[in-house]
Write a protein that binds this ligand. Structure first.
Ligand SMILES: Cc1cc2nc3c(=O)[nH]c(=O)nc-3n(C[C@H](O)[C@H](O)[C@H](O)COP(=O)(O)OP(=O)(O)OC[C@H]3O[C@@H](n4cnc5c(N)ncnc54)[C@H](O)[C@@H]3O)c2cc1C
Length: 384
């Protein structure tokens, strides 16, 4: 076991922090005020090689999970809302293409996505089903040369700005739950697609969009993976994306914690600095210890993914622990700022809401417990 960060990752993170200082920080207040992230952000991320995939010898290849976790964490310390937009494009959209797209689709759209030119998202959740991913109702009917989609996806991050969406749909309503769904790559500029941006208070400035499909044609080659395997496939995408979202959530916790410690070091009250009250010092030590424990869980999940081991247990443990700490540390950090924390423009204001958002994306805490329980039970089956 080696806890030392690889030298090349340390160097890349140093460069990425520079990228944040020049390409993200100066624009944040404008992006927050407008409630949107311009395409140039994605293109600059792509040009810098920060999208965690490369095309090597004509093949789409995923880079190290540890590197991408560090990138997600650093970005989220500054803005979880910008970090989630980058993460959804790569770790829901592009990763779905990588896992289940044909070589032809990967060649056609993968490179453009890595460059941040074609943007991607994933729509599974509907008004009638979220945690119960199998319970969706959007229909795909077989037609000449492909499929037609009818229905709506209720909450799609990046749905407003994306060019392509990975969409789950019912292809065989009579089949058992695990074989009812299939997965499609859908051109969001097709006839019959409409988008409605939702008015949310979390993960600003990313968008959350309702996508409606009215008789939308999808060519047969745009079915991803196997017909009838859509449920298994979308759950696999979520298992992958739980690792970077855990890192993003860790960044949310650290971003809030750092602001709070800095403030407590300076704020005078009752003839001393706030940090000199032992009650506050103990709270900080407690939070720091819990953040460190969650960080180890994220690193272990990255390690398991990079070793090509089954990482479902590790990714749900990491998600569960990071959300738990981010929700409590961000609320505590807001408290440290007193009344200033309720002002929308204050840097601390976004963190409690963004930690809450983390608890929903890629499955709630209850869903993580279901996965953890299912996976841990496997350890007992052989010995009974
Ligand atoms: C900001 C944001 C961004 C999102 N982005 C996307 C996206 O890009 N693509 C996408 O497809 N979806 C997206 N979602 C949707 C998200 O994945 C769902 O909100 C989430 O899966 C929960 O589903 P739900 O909202 O339908 O809640 P429900 O599934 O109705 O859950 C309600 C409550 O019931 C609990 N519960 C559920 N099942 C069980 C159980 N078996 N046992 C005990 N308790 C249970 C849940 O934990 C929760 O507390 C996003 C949501 C948000 C808020």
């Amino acid at each position: 076991m080696d806890f030392k960060m690889p030298a090349e990752t340390t160097e890349e993170i140093r460069l990425f922090k520079k990228f944040i200082s020049t390409n993200i920080k100066p624009h944040l207040s404008q992006w927050y005020a407008q409630g949107e992230i311009p395409r140039i952000f994605f293109q600059q991320m792509g040009a810098g090689g920060w999208f965690d995939f490369k095309f090597i010898d004509g093949n789409l290849q995923k880079l190290s999970a540890l590197r991408c976790a560090m990138i997600a964490e650093e970005m989220a310390k500054v803005s979880p809302g910008v970090a989630i937009a980058g993460l959804v494009h790569v770790h829901l959209g592009l990763i779905g293409l990588w896992l289940f797209g044909s070589n032809k689709l990967k060649e056609k759209y993968g490179l453009s996505a890595i460059k941040g030119q074609d943007l991607m998202c994933v729509g599974n959740t509907e008004a009638i089903a979220g945690s119960d991913a199998a319970g969706i109702g959007l229909q795909a009917q077989k037609t000449d040369g492909g499929w037609t989609l009818d229905g709506a996806k209720a909450y799609v991050t990046n749905g407003f700005i994306s060019d392509w969406a990975i969409i789950t749909a019912v292809t065989d309503p009579q089949a058992e739950r695990k074989n009812r769904l299939s997965m499609f790559l859908v051109d969001l500029n097709s006839d019959g697609v409409s988008r409605k941006k939702l008015n949310k208070q979390v993960w600003i400035p990313s968008d959350l969009t309702r996508l409606t499909f009215d008789n939308v044609f999808v060519p047969k080659d745009y079915l991803l993976g196997e017909k009838g395997m859509g449920l298994k496939q979308v759950l696999t995408i979520f298992a992958y994306s739980r690792v970077p979202i855990s890192a993003l959530t860790l960044g949310t916790a650290m971003g809030a914690f750092d602001l709070a410690v800095e403030h407590a070091r300076k704020r005078e009250m009752f003839d001393q600095k706030m940090i000199d009250f032992q009650a506050k010092a103990f709270e900080m030590a407690d939070f720091f210890a819990r953040i460190e424990a969650a960080r180890l869980a994220v690193f272990k999940a990255c390690w398991a993914m990079d070793q090509n081991k089954n990482f479902r247990l590790e990714s749900s443990v990491a998600k569960y622990l990071t959300v738990d700490i981010a929700r409590s540390v961000s609320t505590w950090s807001a408290d440290i700022f007193g009344a200033a924390s309720v002002i929308k423009e204050h840097p601390i204001h976004k963190f409690p809401m963004d930690a809450w958002a983390s608890s929903l994306g890629e499955g709630t805490q209850d869903v993580q417990k279901l996965v953890i329980f299912r996976e841990l039970l496997k350890n007992y089956q052989d010995h009974s």
